[in-house]
Design a protein around this ligand. Sequence first.
Ligand SMILES: [Zn+2]
Length: 328
Amino acid sequence: MRKYRAIVAAVLATAPIVGVTAQPAEAVRPATAQTWSSLMYTALNGSPEIVKLRAMLPAMRHAVVTRKVAIGQATTAQGAAQAAVATATSSNIKARRAYATAAAARKAAKTTAERRRQQAAERQRSTELDRSVVALRTAQTGLRNATAKLAAANDAWHAATVAVRNAEQKVAAGGGYNPGVAAQAAKLAAQVVTDTRAGFTIDDTTQVYGITVNKTIAYPFHRMIDDAAKAGVPLSGGGFRTREQQIKLRITNGCPDIWTAPASSCRVPTAIPGRSLHEIGLAIDMTYGGRTIPNHSSVAYQWLAANAARYGLVNLPSEPWHWSITGN
Ligand SMILES: [Zn+2]
């Protein structure tokens, strides 16, 4: 078993991790529990595609800024290329005039010596004219390249802008709360309890703000505590408890006996050891202002009644403080 776990962990370690708060690599929790977790993650964050897109958005927005800078640089380069063409054009005009003047002077030469001298001058001007033509063509090529680069920079900026807008629209449309997906998770809850009970160990739990809960519910529970706090309802509570703690609670809460009397027969309703969802970390007794939620008119109860289903938690009507994935 240990070896098998190590292999699975190694495989999971190489799998891509989507989003910073995605569920940690987990090989021991039942498949139904893992499905419940990913459905709730999707319900709260959108599909894996949306989660990935949201994670990519900052880099995509940064790319738009970078592309804008590239447009500025390409514009400057194009301006320099235009100036170079203007300079080369004016040099070329001067060289043409100088050559025409030299050619005319050679034709007008009266003596052989004069003609030879003017021929040398004409060849010199001709060479200069050729050079100016080459320089002009080079400058024109440079301008064409700079113009193409500027167009490419504009296209890249436009593409990056469109990509950001599309991503933002997709995230806005599909990144909100999805009650349909949460409902799929809710349908699985009873099976999650059965499967979790079959192989539960303390390793299946984790801490959320000091509350020990099953890893299965850790993510949505964490989100719930955060969102309640944002709404001005700071919640805490007690989640996981051991079999021994459940037995002690049966005694403390004045149950007629430990193993058979129904929960309702205790002074404070307390499940028979082995039946409580607290023993597998799938139930939490919620507190507000340091006290267990006392009744259905409590602010904390009201907030939970309106919102807890979004996070996959359901209330046990006889216990306003008790919230679990099935309501048991
Ligand atoms: Zn409870």
